[in-house]
Design a protein around this ligand. Structure first.
Ligand code: ADP
Ligand code: MG
Length: 308
């Protein structure tokens, strides 16, 4: 990791773009190339051995992923470390600047919202990015519209992943409310989890693209689970994880309702795929690779629409 020397300012701040949970993200101009970049800084505690090994590992992982140059992952252009004091170092990640995130993109879409072809294209790119991360054994863990960037050409780029450990130190210190709306049941129940978490979140986002509002807007973990069961039904006892404290008996015995009651604009194949993503049991949930092979993406009619 390069240590900044402070002799020359390479990145000129232009504007604040994200008052994020873990620090501010700035839009800046790279004075060498003239390109816009997004700067994200995290403060990390240091001791006599320098940066914690978890930080070094996470940054190394991001740089290794960057080597693949995947089209659906935001480019990491540079990483700088600036020592602030004996106890603290500021690590700045320099990303390519992308015009907007998916939240803004959805808000800006004129009525009646995105076309089915556009949604299919966005979903395909989102799943390609995820399949790439998952094949490298990286889970995003916090997939939501704010963490998905969309270029002005409509290219999807995943952002805000891979720093879970650096963050968790910060999380304890920053009393921020993190949204529960995209969290899968296994996370809400504090059971063990893996890459299927991101597929659940993707399902929530898929539904939201049609609805133009979030699918499950819970206010607490319990409330979020309740809202999920109102749609997908209370899972059978056999599927309830055994390593959790919250009992299935806390919830009313709800039956699944047709997903088209909640996402009326979705087509039949889309509804089938959505249900495979919003599957309670993470072991039965569809994977990113299998989702890309789903009939929804083979449907000729809307593929033609995508190209027009
Ligand atoms: N490369 C980027 N280009 C443009 N905007 C970005 C970029 N990265 C992040 N943002 C904006 O800043 C916000 C916060 O960034 P993010 O990486 O998600 O940090 P946090 O950990 O604070 O959520 C994002 O939701 C997005 O709107
Ligand atoms: Mg974020």
């Amino acid at each position: 990791m390069a240590m900044a020397h402070g002799t020359r300012v390479q990145y000129e701040p232009v504007a604040e773009i994200g008052g994020g949970a873990y620090g501010t993200v700035y839009k800046a101009r790279d004075t060498e190339s003239g390109q816009f970049v997004a700067l994200k800084s995290v403060r990390v505690q240091t001791d006599q051995n320098g940066l914690p090994s978890s930080t070094v590992r996470e940054v190394a992982l991001l740089r290794r992923l960057e080597q693949f140059d995947h089209p659906n992952v935001v480019r990491l252009m540079d990483v700088c470390a600036t020592q602030r004091s004996d106890q603290e170092t500021k690590v700045t990640l320099v990303f390519e600047h992308v015009d907007q995130d998916l939240k803004t993109y959805l808000e800006r879409a004129p009525a009646p919202g995105l076309s089915p072809g556009r949604i299919k294209d966005l979903m395909k790119q989102l799943l390609c990015g995820l399949a790439f991360l998952h094949s490298n054994r990286v889970m995003h863990r916090d997939l939501k519209p704010e963490n998905i960037l969309v270029t002005s050409q409509g290219q999807v780029k995943l952002a805000d992943f891979g720093l879970a450990r650096i963050y968790s130190c910060h999380m304890a210190l920053t009393p921020v409310v993190v949204t529960l709306w995209y969290r899968p049941p296994e996370v809400l129940l504090q059971s063990s989890y893996a890459t299927p978490v991101d597929i659940w979140s993707t399902g929530c986002i898929f539904a939201e693209m049609f609805r133009r509002k979030p699918l499950f807007c819970g206010e607490s973990e319990m409330d979020q689970l309740g809202k999920i069961f109102e749609v997908v039904g209370l899972p059978p006892e056999e599927e309830w994880p055994t390593d959790v404290t919250l009992s299935r008996k806390n919830f009313p015995p709800l039956m699944a309702r047709p997903i088209t009651d909640f996402v009326p604009e979705i087509n039949e194949q889309g509804a089938q795929l959505l249900l495979k993503m919003l599957t309670f049991d993470p072991l039965k949930r569809i994977s990113a690779l299998n989702a890309l092979e789903h009939l929804y993406f083979h449907d000729e009619e809307t593929l033609i629409e995508t190209k027009s």
